[in-house]
Design a protein around this ligand. Structure first.
Ligand code: 5AD
Ligand code: SF4
Length: 472
């Protein structure tokens, strides 16, 4: 999983139902956690759980955690302390005992430690066991003790989850859909193969059915999710293995589905059919998150990435050959054990060569149990700080330049809702930037052509030039 991680907690709202119990889900980390949080809400809905805006109003709180970077476990314990206080206050007010559940990758990696250090937690469940939540709630109620589920029964999960998953974002016009989970790549620095387990892919027909339901409920843009999404190899319905290009083609036939994205991809799995799909499949957006992590062959080798910097350049060249307007984003790590000044300069050079529209960059932090954590030649903290600042300055320049060159162009924008100012609408460009412009509310949900007139650091402004209700 190489996706963007949010550093602050974000509450996931669930769609209204006849709820008798309030459910508050706090989601940390990547988009797959956002998706999983919605599925946990789905699976609990038949038990009468519906959305509670705050933890103070909730009968059950789920903390869906992320383990990707430093101090993940400490953050969880500090949040649990806060939730415990809220629970105690509710009990004093005469409410029944709030159920506290810890889900996600920290639960998977540190389940036993959580129960030892925070014995007031009721449920601990890893990412592959969300379908067992109702049973776990019942078991906890019966037995009165904590229940832990951190196995990897991956085949069961998607079969057992309910089918009416609610879309999660932007006024129900855009949604995430998990198609693949887990990772076998074992990059030296990464905990994901240990917390999410081995790579598995959902069958095409099950994904198609879920996508059709999403589109029927108004979704116009779907982002296919996977820790290694382009390693997708699901059953095509006839017992053969389908790749991501095939899956995207099948989904692009759904009437009303205007846009498809996928993340996160690994350079090693960027095969020719997927590259070609960026030419032949017009629903695929020209924006690709393709993490490279480093531009130095030595570091890439130490990271066990399985490709060189030139191989990455070559993939990008082939993508741009078939789709000249394709923009890229990436993740970078500075200060991996053994990274020299020369290695770091190679990363800066790769960034200059490629030109990224956006990027996420991190200081290497040792994750317990991963190979890099035990390596000698750890890079000093002040060196990492300096390299990160230098890299981020260059990436910021590139992002500004990318946004600047869109001023004066016309972009298709999916209008996702009202803007902040009266009369203003807000939408997303093909490159995922928020775009603001004036227009009537009736246009929400359609794709319009917008002449881009201004840019800010993270958003664009413009005027509608053509109200095309593309594919809607
Ligand atoms: N230290 C720093 N960054 C990390 N990432 C993953 N593990 C680590 C680590 N130990 C970054 C990678 C990945 C992104 C999601 O988080 O860049 O692509
Ligand atoms: Fe991505 Fe490597 Fe982690 Fe797999 S092991 S999720 S490829 S960073």
């Amino acid at each position: 999983m190489e996706t963007v991680t949010a550093s602050s907690p974000e509450s996931t709202k669930t769609s209204p139902a006849r709820n008798t119990h309030g459910l508050h889900v706090i989601t940390w980390g990547c988009q797959m956690n956002v998706y999983d949080s919605a599925r946990m809400a789905d699976v609990l809905r038949p038990l009468g759980y519906g959305p509670a805006e705050t933890a103070e109003e909730a009968d059950m709180i789920i903390l869906n955690t992320c383990h990707i970077r430093e101090r993940a476990t400490e953050k969880v314990f500090s949040e649990l302390g806060r939730l415990r206080k809220i629970r105690d206050e509710r009990i004093e007010q005469g409410h029944p005992r709030t159920i506290i559940a810890v889900a996600g990758c920290v639960a998977q990696a540190e389940g036993k430690e959580i129960l030892a250090r925070a014995p007031y937690v009721d449920l601990v469940l890893g990412p592959q066991t969300y379908h067992k939540l109702p049973e776990m709630v019942a078991r906890a109620a019966r037995a009165g003790g904590a229940v832990i589920e951190t196995d990897f029964p991956t085949d069961e999960k998607f079969d057992a989850l309910p089918t009416e998953a609610a879309p999660q974002t932007a006024g129900n016009l855009t949604a995430f859909l998990t198609v693949q989970e887990g990772c076998d790549k074992f990059c030296s620095f990464c905990v994901v193969p240990y917390t999410r387990g081995a790579e598995t892919s959902r069958p095409v027909l099950s994904i198609l059915a879920e996508a059709e339901r999403m589109v029927a409920s108004g979704v116009k843009e779907i982002t296919l999710l996977g820790q290694n999404v382009n390693a997708y190899h699901g059953d095509d319905g006839s017992g053969k293995s389908a790749n991501l290009a095939y899956l995207a083609e099948v989904l692009s036939q759904i009437p009303g589905l205007a846009r498809i994205r996928y993340m996160t991809s690994h350079p090693r799995d960027m095969d020719q059919s997927l590259i070609d799909a960026h030419h032949t499949n017009s629903a695929l957006m020209p924006f690709l998150h393709l993490p490279v992590q480093s531009g130095s062959d030595n570091v890439l080798k130490a990271m066990n990435r399985g490709h060189t910097a030139d191989e990455y350049r070559n993939i990008v060249r082939r993508l741009r050959d078939v789709r000249p307007d394709l923009a890229l984003s990436s993740d970078f790590i500075v200060g991996h054990p053994g990274e020299t000044e020369e290695d770091f300069e190679a990363t800066m050079q790769l960034v200059r060569d490629i030109g990224f529209a956006s990027a996420y960059s991190f200081k290497y932090s040792p994750r317990p149990g991963t190979p890099a954590a035990g390596q000698p030649l750890q890079v000093a903290e002040d060196v990492k700080d300096r390299r990160l600042a230098q890299l981020q300055a260059l990436l910021r320049e590139q992002q500004d330049a990318f946004n600047e060159q869109l001023v004066g162009t016309t972009q298709e924008v999916l209008i996702t809702g009202k803007g902040r100012k009266p009369g203003q609408l807000s939408g997303r460009s093909p490159y995922l930037q928020p775009v603001h412009f004036d227009g009537p509310e009736e246009l929400i949900g359609s794709i319009v052509k917008v002449a881009i007139t201004t840019r800010r650091t993270n958003s664009l402004g413009g005027v509608i030039v053509q109200e095309t209700a593309a594919a809607c």
